[in-house]
Design a protein around this ligand. Structure first.
Ligand SMILES: Cc1ncc(COP(=O)(O)O)c(C=O)c1O
Length: 388
């Protein structure tokens, strides 16, 4: 074995499939062609002013400068409990039912290490946020994929999970509003998840990254507002997308106190918590006025409509999503996800994400992110209309 060979765990990670697309993007840029990326879901507008102001003040307070506690500051935990009550109608005990996470990605990854052993299974949506499958693999366990298909409204068919997978399952990852499909949770689905989790003793992890970015008057629920949810699950709430805070790494895990204690136990061994100034800024974000969040939603809704209209003009019909910051669309006849993404890059110098990047059931789709400034998005859309 060579000095720099990666571990077997890292080797077991799926290969990075889009190296070829990235190489082509670089080649175009080298030719001086302005490539517009609609790939990544990273808000293009700044964090709201009142949050930046709260951060400035918090950084000036020496009590935030020392090692943070992984339990979180009282201000942070209480702000979450109040937010969950007023926004979602869910009761959270600020003492044992919420602690900070250094972004949802960290939290989901570490939950895999806290709960999975070799031989265990995590049930993960396909297509889905890649950490639901990468986390279990790195933890030496296995991910069992639950296909999300349009005919079922992009929710998994829980009755179709084989018995042996249910028996081995310890975690179930759920995410609504859903990345990458843009689907919102249908009535009764969270209740069904609680039943399944009870019956098979599976810990539910609801990844709530997009409840604050919704359109057309739709208001997304929290999983934790479902009766019985706290007995079987946790919710990871990220401030990244709703508050334009992707760089701040600010999230929380809420819900089942025993599960949170186990996650905390793992974290005390590997990290030293979320910078307390960020915790105070996060608390200010949740306590702040709703107007900035609402304004962002109207910006994304306008961009969504622009994209949906442009896709219709090139023969791609999509139902406008009610949430997230993505449009998920079928590739035209005769194309795979990868070949269509390459065609769009070739003809229009626009980058879209091939659906297969998010799992095998994403094949046949592509994803457009709405986090590109209006002028560039308009330019990208007019290129699509002109060249495809
Ligand atoms: C479904 C989902 N969960 C989690 C994340 C990451 O959130 P965070 O920035 O809090 O790590 C993303 C980011 O794209 C996401 O789409």
């Amino acid at each position: 074995m060579a000095l720099t060979d990666p571990s077997k765990r890292l080797e077991a990670m799926p290969p990075y499939m889009f190296a070829e697309l990235e190489r082509k993007i670089e080649a175009k840029r080298a030719q001086g062609i302005e490539v517009i990326s609609l790939g990544i879901g990273d808000p293009d507008t700044p964090t709201y002013r009142y949050i930046v102001d709260a951060m400035r003040e918090a950084v000036g307070d020496p009590s935030t400068h020392r090692y943070p506690s992984n339990r979180g500051r009282t201000e942070f935990r209480e702000a979450f409990a109040d937010f969950y009550r007023s926004r979602f109608g869910a009761e959270i005990d600020p003492i044992g039912e919420v602690i900070p996470a250094i972004g949802a990605k960290e939290c989901i990854y570490n939950l895999c290490f806290a709960f999975l052993d070799p031989g265990d299974v995590a049930l993960a949506s396909d297509p889905g946020y890649p950490v639901y499958t990468g986390g279990p693999v790195l933890a030496g366990a296995e991910a069992h994929l639950l296909p999300l298909v349009p005919s079922l409204g992009f929710v998994p068919d829980l009755d179709a999970i084989p018995d042996d997978r249910l028996a081995a399952a310890r975690l179930l990852f759920v995410n609504y509003p859903n990345n990458p499909t843009g689907a919102v949770v249908p009535d009764g689905f969270f209740e069904r998840v609680v039943e399944l989790a009870r019956e098979h003793e599976i810990l539910v992890v609801h990844d709530n990254a997009y409840s604050e970015t919704t359109f057309d008057g739709y208001v997304a629920p929290s999983f934790l507002a479902t009766p019985g949810a706290k007995e079987v699950g946790v919710e990871v709430f990220s401030l990244s997308k709703g508050y334009n805070m992707t760089g701040w790494r600010c999230a929380a895990i809420l819900g089942n106190a025993d599960a949170i204690e186990t996650y905390w136990r793992l974290k005390t061994n590997i990290d030293s918590g979320l910078f307390e100034a960020v915790q105070l800024a996060g608390a200010a974000a949740l306590r702040g006025p709703r107007s900035d969040v609402e304004q962002m939603c109207s910006i994304y809704q306008r961009r969504r409509d622009l994209v949906v209209d442009a896709l219709a003009a090139i023969g791609v019909e999509v139902t406008p999503p009610k949430g997230t910051i993505y449009v998920w669309a079928p590739v035209p006849e005769g194309h795979s996800s990868a070949s269509f993404a390459e065609l769009v890059l070739e003809q229009a110098a626009v980058v879209v994400s091939p659906g297969s990047m998010y799992g095998p059931s994403g094949e046949g789709f592509f994803r457009i992110s709405l986090t590109t400034p209006d002028e560039l998005l308009t330019e990208a859309v007019s290129r699509l209309r002109a060249h495809l």
